[in-house]
Every structure is written in C-alpha cells, then in structure tokens.
Ligand binder design. Structure first.
Ligand SMILES: Nc1nc2c(c(=O)[nH]1)N[C@H]1C(S)=C(S)[C@@H](COP(=O)(O)O)O[C@H]1N2
Ligand SMILES: [Mo]
Length: 322
C-alpha cells in the first residue's frame, strides 16, 4: 500500500527521479546543510532568476500520470482567488494580507496515537520521498473549481515514518495559530486554529498528498505555505493550509467547519453532486479562469475520482454522512 505503483510514474521522468536520487546521495555525502539564511529549500531548489516571481523553483520532482489531460487554471487565478480565513474572509484578502507571512523556519509536530512524539522540519519532510507533480481537479463547496499542478508527497509516506499505533483511527491536521502574522485570527469567524481531519484509510489513500509546491515552485503564502493538505475527492475546505501539527486519534476529530455549522459542513465532505449544501447547489460548478460567460460544468461524484476512492465508502449513507 505504501509503495508507489510503477504505473503512476511516466517512463520519460525516470531521469528526474534519478537526478533526485543523485542529489540526495550528494547531500548525504557532503553532509551539506540545506538550511540557509535565504530559505529552507536551498540545495534542492534554485531561487528563480525571474524578477516577476520571488518564489523558489523546485528543480527535482517526478511527473506522474495524474491529470495530464486537464487544462490548468491560470497561475494568477489560483494565487488571487483564495479561501484562507486566517487572512480575511474575502477571496482577494489572502494574496494581499499574507505578504508578510514568514513560512520559515517551520516544523511539524507529530503526536497522539504514535509510538513516540516526533518533530520534523520542513527541509527533512521532502526527503521522505521524491516530490511528485500531481495535477488535480479541486472543488470548493461554494461551487467553484480549479485545476492545480501540485508538488507534494503522498501522505502515506509521512504516516509510515510517523509510526502510528493500532489505536490511530483518524488523523487530525492543525494549522498555525498566530494572530500576529495571521490578522484574520483576531476575528472569531472560526474556532482557531483551523482544524481538519481524515479517517485513517482516507489519509493512506494514494491520492492524498501533502503539498509543498505548485506550478514547479514552492507554495505561495496564500495557497498554504509551506505545507498543506490536498484531498482532491473532497471539498476544498478539507485541505488545511500552513499545517504545524498532525495528531493521530482514536475518535473523529472535531473540525473547524463542522463546529462552525454542523448542518452545512460534514466531516466527510466528499464531493457529491446529489447532496446539496443548504446554500449552494453541488450538481454543477464554475471552473475559474474561463471568463465570465463560461458555462457551468457538471460536478462529478467524488470529483471524478470514484475509481480510486469509491471503495472507501461502501455501506456508508453519503446523504447522512455528508
Ligand atoms: N488554514 C486554512 N486552510 C484552508 C482554509 C482556511 O480558511 N484556513 N480554507 C479552505 C478552503 S474553503 C478552500 S476552498 C481551500 C482553498 O485553497 P486554495 O486557496 O489553495 O485554492 O483551502 C482550504 N484550506
Ligand atoms: Mo472552500
């Protein structure tokens, strides 16, 4: 289950994988620290020469088969139309209000039902496995959608490293709590910090990733730098941004949106065109980036990922467990 299927890797990308391995050996051999004053990723990444973007390019990743036929949402839309209440509740707030946010240094603590508590620095995180590019359709519960080329690691790799015990039935993701850097947290629109969760088998599903980048670069602050969850068959709010803590639990985590409105938001939040949200239809969606008069498109069950995840929910009443 933890092993990446060979078929997920496109043969022409073997080179980049080899490069990754070479680079890894090199780093090991020289013992070079990859933490520098200029940023956490130096050594794996080269700061881009392009003045228009201050984002660091990620040079080593494996391309995968996921979403290669999809038309990508323009970068400018993905980085200027965001939901990230820590930086304000309007779509344009996060790109503006997160400008001074510092995503480094950063470490993630792992606790709860694990052999022992652990800490992992972001720079070690991406050494758990090669970074993969996954192009995923993303569907927000509000009715809009995007297609984003993420760079990340299967969450299963982190879980394997974390060594959860048999008591671990769920995984809880906790975002940063810092009302100095996150001005939206001064307003109690949600019970801060932002909390999300997955059932263990959902977390272990090969589709579930922890993203560190997108469009070949490290994540912009407004998209969840330095590390966020991506679960493409669920509504966007499951994808917690700026994660600092991962806790394995025996009982279902109490997530921020379920606490805020249990009639509107469920723990599962699987994309489901047959179960409407009280305020928004879920049967169709507006694909961002196509212009004002682009017709809405049909929303697919599990956002089109039924083949990969449908079996997780056999016997579960999805209209009750929305
Ligand atoms: N910490 C945190 N994570 C969050 C949110 C948030 O407000 N805070 N919003 C969620 C919602 S509702 C959506 S649709 C996605 C949007 O991700 P994007 O801005 O990268 O498209 O982030 C999710 N993750
Ligand atoms: Mo959302």
């Amino acid at each position: 289950m933890l092993i990446t299927k060979k078929s997920d890797v496109i043969p022409s990308d073997i080179t980049s994988k080899e490069n990754f391995e070479n680079r890894r050996t090199l780093i090991k051999a020289t013992g070079a620290s990859i933490v520098t004053a200029s940023g956490i990723f130096t050594g794996m990444l080269n700061r881009t020469a392009n003045a228009a973007s201050s984002k660091q390019k990620i040079s080593n990743f494996v391309k995968t088969k996921y979403g290669v036929d999809e038309k990508l949402t323009p970068y400018d839309d993905v980085t200027s139309y965001n939901n990230y209440y820590e930086f304000g509740t309007s779509k344009t707030d996060p790109s503006i209000e997160s400008r001074l946010f510092e995503p480094s240094p950063w470490s993630i603590s792992i606790e709860g039902a694990v052999k022992k508590n652990k800490q992992i620095g972001i720079e070690d995180f991406f050494r758990l496995a090669p970074l993969e590019e996954r192009i995923y359709r993303m569907r927000c519960v509000e009715g809009w959608s995007m297609v984003i080329p993420w760079l990340g690691l299967p969450l299963s790799k982190l879980i394997q490293w974390a060594e959860p015990t048999a008591n671990a039935k769920f995984v809880e993701f906790i975002s940063l709590s810092d009302d100095r850097m996150m001005p939206g947290q001064r307003i109690p629109v949600l019970d801060w910090p932002y909390v999300e969760g997955l059932r263990m088998d959902e977390a272990m599903n090969p589709l579930t990733i922890m993203a560190l980048g997108m469009y070949g670069e490290v994540l912009p602050n407004q998209n969840g730098a330095p590390l966020r969850l991506v679960v493409p068959w669920k509504y966007g709010f499951k994808g917690a941004k700026a994660i600092v803590k991962i806790r394995f639990t025996e009982t279902m985590p109490k997530t921020s949106w379920v606490k805020a409105g249990p009639n509107e938001y469920g723990f599962y939040a699987n994309v489901n065109p047959t179960v409407d949200h009280p305020r928004w239809t879920q049967s169709s969606e507006r694909r961002i980036g196509g212009g004002l008069f682009t017709p809405r498109i049909k929303t697919q069950m599990f956002n089109g990922y039924t083949e990969q995840v449908g079996q997780l929910y056999t016997g579960l009443d999805l209209s009750k467990n929305f």
